[in-house]
Design a protein around this ligand. Structure first.
Ligand SMILES: CC(C)(COP(=O)(O)OP(=O)(O)OC[C@H]1O[C@@H](n2cnc3c(N)ncnc32)[C@H](O)[C@@H]1OP(=O)(O)O)[C@@H](O)C(=O)NCCC(=O)NCCS
Length: 206
């Protein structure tokens, strides 16, 4: 599915939701789109307009706002809110109680519904438990945000980010494991995939 935070045509909302599993305690507002094979567990709240791809898992107490976009095979652990302006590409993992934001300078006394700062989390990326993503950033594909980190800037694809504020301490491969240096290359100890750093970016070479 495309990842633009635009309202999809009404016809897309007409797709059958029957193949998704929704726990009895979840609240699903209509219209929304929930892909086939997606499982939505207890006390979730999917708001009108939300788009959730296929084969996703939403753990207990997850909220998806109406202008949020969730790709395919996304896994969201317990107690995470995906606000308007957040785009989760395919295969994103959000750890339990991580925090996404959508207003950079929030104040209670004025409406800021038109000041949303978009956040995009790239395909295959992981956000660890209790991490916070300050809005307006793009997290590259397959990046890994460590538990408890606070991301304040864009993150390169495959970067391993740790701490407050989050700093890059290494690289991870597609398996989510820190890559090990082997001469001029970086190797995944799990998959043996080989990468090379080119102009600050990671390139898969074999
Ligand atoms: C970052 C992470 C991937 C570990 O990577 P790793 O390469 O195996 O790192 P290690 O455990 O060998 O630790 C390396 C160093 O980083 C530190 N470190 C590890 N995780 C850290 C974190 N989240 N924040 C700050 N420092 C961390 C370790 O203390 C260690 O420091 P030291 O060298 O001074 O002793 C992992 O700790 C993490 O945060 N995973 C996310 C878990 C999660 O949220 N799961 C959600 C689903 S339940």
């Amino acid at each position: 599915m495309p990842f633009d935070a635009v309202t999809p045509p009404v016809s897309e909302f007409d797709a059958p939701m029957a193949a998704a599993f929704v726990a009895a305690t979840a609240i699903i507002e209509e219209p929304c789109f929930i892909g086939e094979g997606t499982r939505i567990w207890h006390f979730c709240h999917v708001m009108a307009g939300a788009r959730i791809g296929r084969d996703c898992v939403l753990g207990k107490g997850v909220q998806i706002s109406g202008a949020a976009v969730v790709g395919d095979r996304v896994k969201i652990q317990n107690n995470v809110s995906v606000y308007d302006g957040v785009i989760l590409e395919d295969d994103v993992f959000l750890g339990p109680s991580c925090v996404l934001t959508n207003v950079r300078n929030p104040r209670a006394h004025r409406s800021q519904r038109h000041e949303l700062n978009a956040t995009r989390i790239g395909a295959g990326a992981t956000v660890g438990a209790n991490a916070t993503i300050v809005c307006g950033v793009t997290i590259g594909a397959h990046a890994f945000i460590a538990a408890g980190a606070v991301v304040t800037r864009d993150v390169a694809a495959h970067a391993l980010m740790v701490g407050v504020p989050a700093r890059q301490v290494g690289w991870v491969g597609r398996a989510g494991v820190r890559l090990v240096e082997a001469g001029s290359e970086l190797v995944c100890p799990v998959t043996k995939e080989r990468y090379r750093e080119v102009d600050g970016a990671l390139v898969l070479v074999g």
